[in-house]
Design a binder for this molecule. Structure first.
Ligand SMILES: [Zn+2]
Ligand SMILES: [Zn+2]
Length: 348
């Protein structure tokens, strides 16, 4: 089959690899119909997250159709339409039982093979999914592939971010970063009732979509975002900041814009060694700080069941479509935001 593999820093190779097979009886094989390129794939691409084996199939966002099942699989059959979170989960361990499926004791991240161990990814024609009954989520025919794809990672991540921020209809909130996850976070915050919601980004095109999604756009390059937010809050600062970038600068800005006793909710994948604020500053702000990977299995199920994904035009952020053979170009376009790319997807 065709797949995009990691060939070294900033090297994405479209190559022929062997098709995945059932290895354990709880596995299924999914034929992928749509696959995403995620901001966190760029950490691997640029070598900010190191350790992945060359030749690993990239990617962790996908929807598709089950084409083969192990003997103990009960919930899925050949032909089942499915979406997948970006990690596998067992459904039984301490973390799965409390809904923190992203920290499953037996879970693995798709698209990460290190020293021969781990799971190949989703930027390919087929993928092996272990613990399929408790990892995959059924996707009914009335939900589009695009919605299913975004539920498996970034819409769920945005919702998790907004919930961790404690968003309601009374506060003043700021979202730092209007990339794909930031835009999803805006919709999630609106769903939770946010009325005074500022969105910060350096790209006017992204801010335009932030505005369409219901946020007040602010470009720190051309406006004094800090004084606008202070003005809107009687000089206190925002009640919560949703930081989706994952950079030290974004975190620094978050604490500067926050009122004492407020919450920072971070879902950007941080790779820095130190915080960009001191314990003293955190103490003086009575800071509440929530950070970490979204339990996407839990959220995807919840957002489908409560018919939340159905209400929002999440798929508007998908600006670019590629085939696998154009995979290297797709990464470049997504990484450099060429042609105002927001979210790029692959059609294997
Ligand atoms: Zn992702
Ligand atoms: Zn588990």
């Amino acid at each position: 089959m065709q797949a995009l593999t990691f060939g070294g820093i900033e090297q994405i190779v479209c190559q022929s690899v062997s098709e995945p097979q059932i290895l354990e009886q709880g596995d299924v094989i999914v034929q992928i119909t749509l696959s995403g390129i995620c901001g966190s794939d760029l950490h691997v691409y640029h070598g900010r997250e190191a350790g992945i084996d060359e030749g690993t199939v990239m990617g962790h966002e996908f929807v598709g159709t089950v084409v083969d099942t192990g003997k103990t699989v009960k919930k899925f059959y050949k032909g089942s339409r499915v979406l997948s979170p970006f990690t596998t989960s067992c459904g039984e361990c301490f973390y799965c039982r409390i809904g923190l499926t992203c920290r499953c004791e037996k879970g693995d991240l798709f698209g990460w093979v290190q020293n021969g161990h781990g799971l190949h990814g989703a930027q390919a024609q087929y993928i092996r999914v272990p613990m399929a009954d408790t990892t995959l989520v059924p996707l009914s025919n009335d939900i589009s592939e695009e919605k299913g794809l975004l539920l498996g990672d970034i819409f769920s991540t945005g919702y998790f971010c907004a919930e961790n921020a404690g968003v309601n209809n009374k506060g003043t909130y700021v979202i730092i970063g209007c990339g794909p996850v930031g835009l999803m976070t805006i919709l999630a915050a609106k769903d939770l009732g946010a009325e005074n919601l500022f969105a910060l980004d350096h790209s006017n095109e992204r801010l335009q979509m932030a505005k369409e999604f219901g946020a007040i756009p602010l470009n720190p390059l051309t406006t004094d975002a800090r004084s606008i937010i202070l003005n809107a809050t009687n000089d206190r600062g925002a009640d919560a900041i949703m930081e989706v970038v994952g950079s030290p600068d974004a975190l620094r800005l978050a604490i500067d814009l926050l009122r004492p006793g407020g919450t920072i909710s971070s879902v950007g994948v941080h790779t820095a060694k130190n915080f960009s604020f001191s314990p003293g500053e955190a103490y003086d702000k009575n800071l509440v700080y929530k950070i970490g990977r979204c339990p996407a299995h839990y959220y995807a199920g919840k957002l489908l069941k409560e018919q939340i994904i159905q209400r929002y035009p999440v798929e508007k952020i998908i600006t670019h479509h590629f085939g696998l053979t154009d995979g290297a170009r797709a990464y470049e376009v997504f990484d450099k935001k060429i042609d105002n790319c927001i979210k790029a997807v692959l059609h294997p």
